[in-house]
Design a protein around this ligand. Structure first.
Ligand SMILES: C[S@@+](CC[C@H](N)C(=O)[O-])C[C@H]1O[C@@H](n2cnc3c(N)ncnc32)[C@H](O)[C@@H]1O
Ligand SMILES: C[S@@+](CC[C@H](N)C(=O)[O-])C[C@H]1O[C@@H](n2cnc3c(N)ncnc32)[C@H](O)[C@@H]1O
Ligand code: SF4
Length: 378
């Protein structure tokens, strides 16, 4: 089975911290983009047939920046080319304030059963400072829409360690988030990305970011609050009620296959990891000639695949299944990673949990230092 990630690179405004592939929507060839995307799905399915789609995730950019009519056309095309069982997870990303009842109904009509919303913080002053256009009230209003449409599987994203954010302010955001009683929360620490407004301001000394200690404190508070609120941490940044872990993101962490569709999307099919052209015109051009808009692709060697199984899998709190590793690669785990694992267990960074190898609490904090040890091609 293969999953599908579909990218919509348009936004109503550009946030100061964001480095994802996106452009301001005004004046963009949105309708042409949607048709090209549907054509890309068709062409990719021809090259890599699959009878069933495990999960579908439409992200961005901002998918809800499309009109109800455009969303309807997009979803019609998606469902036409990707056979999908509506019991499986189908997520669309939304921005608070962008989602109307009309658009939500369109999503529901086409089998979308999960929405992930970018809330970031409930502090209105901070929202403005990071370049968001919504307010906390927009979040509450959108929640009312979900209630009205009887739509329950909603997740929100929060970012912490924002400029001038205090631990108290973040705790207040955590309380407000939990008060919404949602099944899933993603909590990311701010990453200062190259070429963003934030990056320039930081270089000019105009951005006051909390130090590493404060950031660590915030992460600990988040884990405490989420766990006390019944949302268990199943991946470094993700918390869910039992049974509501994001199936699509688990496809990534379990190192499984997915179509990457749309401008700038990445995919993993067979032994090939690939990436599409990011700029809209570069993406549209090959599709006009019925060619896939892939800009780079790489065949992964067995060593690469095993490394990725470890890097990605260890992000899950459950860890990496050794049985699955051996079945997938037809190799004994000990023969590949026995010595590395022994060494990391002695240092208190890894632990065995029956069939699984997982990070300890100390390992979780040191994440990347641990992952590095699993490199086979140094
Ligand atoms: C790329 S956005 C797309 C969805 C939607 N447009 C939105 O803004 O919520 C997905 C999520 O990535 C996270 N994100 C984006 N830039 C980030 C950064 N520099 N550091 C940490 N998280 C970031 C935000 O939490 C955001 O909700
Ligand atoms: C930061 S994650 C947020 C996931 C969300 N918290 C959830 O639980 O569903 C989503 C973002 O990652 C990016 N993304 C995810 N899968 C991708 C892929 N295959 N190719 C390119 N970008 C991808 C998109 O920009 C998307 O907005
Ligand atoms: S965070 Fe979301 S809304 Fe803001 S620029 Fe990035 S993709 Fe667009």
């Amino acid at each position: 089975m293969t999953s599908a990630y579909i990218h919509i690179p348009f936004c109503e405004h550009i946030c100061f911290y964001c480095d994802f592939n996106k452009v301001f929507i005004e004046g963009q060839p949105v309708d042409e983009y949607i048709e090209a995307l549907i054509n890309e799905i068709r062409l990719t399915k021809l090259a890599y047939p699959s009878n069933d789609t495990e999960t579908i995730y439409i992200g961005g950019g901002t998918p809800t920046a499309l009109s109800a009519k455009q969303l309807d056309r997009l979803l019609e095309g998606v469902r036409q080319h990707l056979p999908f069982d509506e019991k499986n997870e189908f997520t669309v990303e939304a921005n608070p304030g962008d989602l109307t009842l009309d658009k939500l109904r369109v999503l529901q009509n086409h089998g979308v059963n999960r929405v992930s919303m970018g809330v970031q913080t409930f502090d209105n002053r901070l929202l403005k400072k990071i370049g968001r256009k919504h307010t906390a009230q927009d979040v509450f209003d959108t929640m009312k829409l979900f209630e009205k449409a009887d739509f329950q599987n909603v997740s929100i994203d929060l970012i912490y360690a924002l400029p001038n954010q205090t631990t108290e302010s973040f705790e207040d955001t955590l309380d407000k988030a939990l008060a919404l009683d949602l099944p899933h929360y993603s909590l990311y620490s701010l990453i200062l990305e190259n070429k963003t407004m934030f990056y320039n301001w930081a270089r000019q000394g105009r951005l006051h970011l909390p130090g590493i200690d404060v950031e660590g404190d915030m992460f600990e508070r988040a884990i405490e609050r989420m766990t006390a609120g019944g949302r268990h941490q199943y991946e470094v940044s993700n918390f869910a009620l039992e049974g509501y872990e994001s199936q699509h993101n688990l496809v990534y962490w379990n190192n499984e296959h997915y179509y990457g569709l749309g401008a700038g999307a990445s995919g993993y099919l067979g032994d090939v990891r690939y990436k599409n052209h990011g700029p809209i015109q570069h993406y549209l051009k090959p599709l006009r000639e019925n060619e896939r808009p892939v800009i780079e692709s790489e065949h992964l060697t067995l060593n690469h695949q095993m490394e990725e199984e470890m890097f990605l899998g260890l992000r899950k709190l459950e860890g990496v299944s050794l049985t699955r590793f051996e079945e997938k690669f037809n190799k004994s785990f000990t023969s590949v990673y026995g010595a590395t694992t022994q060494h990391l267990i002695e240092k208190g960074l890894l632990k065995h949990n029956q069939d699984y190898l997982a990070l300890t609490e100390k390992g979780l904090i040191l994440g990347n230092d641990v992952f590095e040890q699993f490199l086979l091609t140094k």
